[in-house]
Ligand binder design. Structure first.
Ligand code: PPS
Length: 288
């Protein structure tokens, strides 16, 4: 089971105590979502930090200043974390926020609003790898054990925000209609500029070709990795130790191939396929 010392359990989901308090979770439940709010929703390690960089730039016409001056957790805060209550008054509309919450755990005001959602999915095998290294560098997360042991925990949902399959199924089968845009981490990797255009269109925004070039370049892994406001280097080493593994680690798709044995892969696929069966949800990586 997930460590009681490090995690609290919110509606069955383990969440790290360091940023999730009873107050922050109550604040989430009572949060007044407005019609022009924009949420980037992810299962952990699917591209949250990337969206905290992308969204402000697309919303401000490509001005790099804010993302170079304000830490990501304050410029696009997490809906469920303690920082939100502290910075909410400084957010200018349209407010951009991120969340790892499952669909049914979004606040009531979200469901009755017209707020938009960008849901970013990622190959769960790459999520697992990314998370495995994150657990080694973050002292507020439990020791992942061996890769095989961590895979067992992941498949059992004894990890942050529970099962990946429950998360994606909850957000794929909603009544949000055109309020939600689905993208994948792999699409961002493959053609960042094209996906940025799709997001702009979804948000009803426009941007000059030059500004779009600038934003695309700024959001490339190697460039974003240098941004102190986004690479978590501001966090003390005893909380996040980048010598063990940097937060912006590899930024590629397919690193799972360097970590899974054929047996582990077969087991992983069997469990995930069974849980996704009948959901009507398919991903490009299902065919890999
Ligand atoms: S968290 O803890 O949930 O907020 O993590 P999250 O930001 O969702 O995911 C971290 C992974 O996203 C990668 N990342 C990027 N990849 C490519 N390009 C850019 N610009 C980028 N920014 C973040 C980050 O490196 C983590 O993936 P891995 O595979 O560990 O490198």
């Amino acid at each position: 089971m997930a460590s009681e010392k490090l995690y609290r359990v919110y509606h069955g989901l383990p969440v790290p105590k360091i940023a999730h308090t009873e107050e922050s979770l109550s604040y989430l439940e009572a949060f007044e979502v407005t019609d022009d709010d924009i949420f980037a929703v992810t299962y952990p390690k699917s591209g949250t930090t990337w969206m905290q960089e992308i969204l402000p730039l697309l919303l401000n016409g490509g001005d790099l200043q804010p993302v170079e001056k304000i830490p990501n957790w304050d410029r696009v805060p997490w809906l469920e974390e303690t920082r939100l209550a502290l910075v909410v008054d400084k957010l200018t509309p349209p407010r951009a926020m991120v969340s790892h919450m499952h669909y049914h755990l979004m606040p009531p005001s979200f469901h009755s609003s017209k707020a938009k959602v960008i849901y970013i999915a990622r190959n769960p095998k790459d999520i697992l790898v990314s998370s495995f290294y994150f657990h080694q560098m973050a002292s507020f997360l439990d020791d992942p054990g061996t890769f095989e042991e961590f895979t067992e925990k992941f498949l059992a949902g004894q990890v942050l925000f529970g099962k990946w399959t429950d998360h994606v199924k909850s957000w794929r089968n909603t009544d949000l209609g055109d309020r939600i845009l689905y993208i994948t981490y792999e699409e961002l990797i493959q053609d960042l500029r094209e996906v940025l255009k799709r997001i702009l269109h979804f948000l009803g925004r426009e941007m000059s070709e030059d500004a779009l070039d600038r934003v695309t370049d700024h959001c490339l892994f190697e460039n974003m990795k240098k941004n102190q406001m986004s690479n978590y280097s501001l966090v003390p080493k005893d909380i996040m130790d980048s010598n063990k593994s940097p937060f912006l680690r590899k930024g590629i798709s397919g690193d799972w191939k360097n970590h899974f044995s054929p047996e582990l892969e077969a087991k992983f696929n069997t469990v995930i396929r069974k849980e996704m069966e009948g959901s009507g949800v398919e991903f490009p990586w299902d065919k890999e």
